[in-house]
Design a protein around this ligand. Structure first.
Ligand SMILES: C[S@@+](CC[C@H](N)C(=O)[O-])C[C@H]1O[C@@H](n2cnc3c(N)ncnc32)[C@H](O)[C@@H]1O
Length: 461
């Protein structure tokens, strides 16, 4: 049996969902192969691997030598690959990586008794600069007081100071540098929970002509008034310096928490929203987005996803858009659907959605603020039926109780998921209620990361 620090030879079989690759070590004690997870490995690599962690059923290891590389390996295009921990699969050719990600989706479905038809995966229309939502952490070095702005290194709270990120718009680098050079009010140090600036978030519109900024501060709104005049000058200077900045807000987050944003926002420069336009040759929609509202990270890929949903709804049908955000999907469908019912728990998103239905001249809609599960139960009590349900939940998916309730509202469910594991768990539960997943398609919303979005059409048997 292998031991900690052993160096073994391993052939890699496949990529795994959380950003590693899997190989099996065969020996007398484990004839069916002991699973070893290796970072930065590729299927068909032959490697010398050092065992760094040993558990009962699997081990983790790191590459000591590549004996024979996969033919799909490439040189990572970002100088901060490894340091940043963002795009874990940058060392693989894009088309090959997408094929592997699609295999991960297929493999997740193996846990289910019934296999859907796997449709051709859809590439991200952009591979560079695709990420339009940025949430940088900020800190300050102890002695030189230099500002560090970037993402946490993998499995740590140390910040990689990111001056250039090819998967984000170049404007993000310019704004972050402006903050490094001009912010003189101190930044957060997690060790002593002191210092003002904790995070710096930005949302860019599809055409990059508008940006919405949020500075997350380690103060309460009551204490903010003492420092407000100095900060106002900074925000004004920054807003005027970058013509594409349309909105700057602060977010008050004085708690010791990993959550980047609290619910407490204040607009400090410009408007307190931006407009986003999504379009293709057949459809054009405008959306108002406020700082506290969710919107898709990769807008061009979002259009592909929304079209997949549109293809699968009936003409003039009544659609329940659950976990609907600012109405992004529902409003995209409104020329085909009969009526859109939108359910969303964020007050900010619901307020934006109401504006967005009007902005797009969509008249036949109703919005419901609150927890989706509770709203499903209310619809049930009212004996409501829908032509189709669209569910686009957060990564954790749905509870059994929510699935029970929604299963009685329609014979068709279109599940937009950003997590194959919870998607398949929920599909399995729906199977026990008489539904079957018919088709599923992967969409590469987050190129070079392990994340994969999908649209699954589920129907009552
Ligand atoms: C992945 S986003 C999708 C939003 C929208 N469909 C879109 O495409 O932009 C998930 C949304 O679900 C909302 N949400 C999270 N938990 C919820 C719950 N229990 N009930 C209702 N909405 C919820 C979030 O506020 C967020 O807007």
């Amino acid at each position: 049996m292998i031991k900690q620090n052993d160096i073994i030879e391993l052939e890699i079989e496949k990529l795994t969902y959380e950003g590693a690759a899997l190989g099996r070590y065969f020996c007398d004690d484990c004839p069916s192969g002991f699973v070893v997870f290796v970072k930065e490995a590729a299927p068909k690599d032959r490697l010398k691997v050092k065992i760094t962690k040993l558990n009962k059923t699997y081990a983790k290891g790191e590459i000591v030598e590549i004996i024979e590389p996969s033919k799909h390996r490439i040189k990572p295009f970002c100088p901060l690959f490894r340091a940043c921990g963002g795009c874990c699969y940058q060392y693989l050719e894009y088309d090959y990586l997408l094929e592997q990600k699609n295999n991960m989706l297929k493999e997740a479905f193996l846990k289910s008794d019934f296999q859907p038809e796997f449709l051709e995966p859809i590439k991200s229309p952009e591979l560079m600069g695709y990420r339009h939502k940025i949430q940088y952490r900020v800190s300050q070095t102890k002695n030189s007081k230099r500002l560090l702005i970037g993402y946490y290194k993998e499995k740590s709270h140390d910040i990689t100071n990111i001056k250039y990120c090819p998967i984000q718009p170049a404007q993000a680098d310019e704004m972050a540098q402006f903050v490094r050079d001009n912010w003189s009010f101190g930044a957060y140090r997690e060790k002593n929970h002191k210092g003002l600036l904790k995070s710096f978030a930005a949302r860019f519109s599809n055409d990059l002509k508008s940006a919405l900024l949020t500075f997350v501060l380690n103060v309460s709104s009551a204490d903010y008034s003492k420092i407000e005049p100095d900060l106002t000058t900074f925000f004004e200077t920054m807003g005027k310096n970058f013509p594409f900045i349309k909105s700057i807000s602060v977010n008050f987050n004085p708690d010791k928490t990993n959550k980047i944003l609290s619910d407490d926002f204040k607009n400090v420069w410009g408007e307190d929203f931006i407009y986003e336009t999504l379009e293709d040759e057949n459809c054009k929609r405008v959306y108002k987005i406020s700082p506290a509202s969710f919107f898709q990270v990769n807008p061009k890929c979002a259009v592909e996803i929304f079209n997949e949903v549109k293809k699968n709804i009936g003409e003039n049908s009544s659609i329940l858009d659950a976990y609907g955000g600012v109405g992004a999907i529902g409003i995209w469908l409104c020329d085909k659907a009969g009526k859109i019912y939108l359910v969303e728990e964020s007050k900010s998103a619901i307020d934006d959605a109401k504006v967005n239905f009007k902005l797009n001249n969509c008249k036949n809609y109703e919005v419901f603020l609150g927890d989706a599960k509770e709203q499903f139960k209310k619809f049930l009590k009212d004996r409501k039926k829908f032509g189709a349900l669209i569910i686009d939940p957060p990564r954790k998916g749905l509870s059994a109780e929510a699935l029970e309730a929604l299963s009685k509202l329609s014979d068709k469910i279109i599940y937009v998921s950003c997590n194959p594991q919870t998607l398949v768990r929920d599909v399995k539960y729906l199977q026990t209620l008489g539904f079957r997943a018919k088709t599923t398609r992967a969409f590469d919303m987050f190129p070079y990361s392990y994340h994969i979005e999908s649209v699954t059409v589920i129907e009552r048997e």
